[in-house]
Design a protein around this ligand. Structure first.
Ligand code: ZN
Length: 177
């Protein structure tokens, strides 16, 4: 990041029901100043909402970018962004832990995901990057790449948990923002 650039501005986070969350995002082709600003705003938005990851369409931007700040199973913290991410591999036992989403505030459900994930993409300059790991990081990488395809973690639920989730989501009384 260039020294002296103004810090990102937190933008409102779109909630369940907003069509932008159901629309697959477009590949980024312009690696310009506005992309850098988008990533800064996404980081600011994620921190303001106390999240561990955020996809661009969650702030209403239909581009394939996510940011993250989360730990792997060893507790090591990983912070960054991925442009045009592709989930290249998942592995390991299914980990069925609590998962939530800034677009589905206050609701958490046990969601089965492989315990290891690897994502490849590029950074804001277009240089190739790879992010991989286990623990919360693996869950986050899968959750955010899902977002960019128009999927929500609710889509990964099954059976009774899914029915309970849909009931609670439909009756959720989220304040306007
Ligand atoms: Zn989410």
């Amino acid at each position: 990041m260039t020294a002296g650039r103004t810090r990102g501005v937190a933008r409102p986070i779109r909630r369940f029901g907003d069509p932008v969350l159901r629309t697959p995002t477009d590949e980024v082709v312009d690696f310009d100043e506005s992309l850098a600003r988008l990533v800064e705003d996404m980081m600011a938005s994620m921190y303001a909402a106390e999240g561990v990851g955020l996809a661009a369409n969650q702030i209403g931007v239909g581009l394939s970018v996510f940011v993250y700040d989360c730990a792997d199973a060893s507790g090591e913290r990983h912070v960054g962004h991925v442009v045009n991410p592709v989930l290249v591999s998942t592995d390991g036992d299914l980990d069925e832990s609590d998962e939530g989403c800034l677009s589905v505030p206050g609701l958490y459900y046990d969601t089965a995901r492989p315990s290891y994930a690897a994502v490849e993409g590029v950074d804001i300059t277009g240089a190739p990057i790879r992010v991989a790991g286990d623990g919360q990081l693996a869950r986050c990488l899968q959750h955010e790449t899902d977002h960019l395809k128009g999927l929500l973690f609710l889509d990964r639920l099954h059976g009774r948990t899914k029915r309970r989730a849909m009931r609670e989501v439909m009756s959720a009384d989220w304040p306007d923002r």
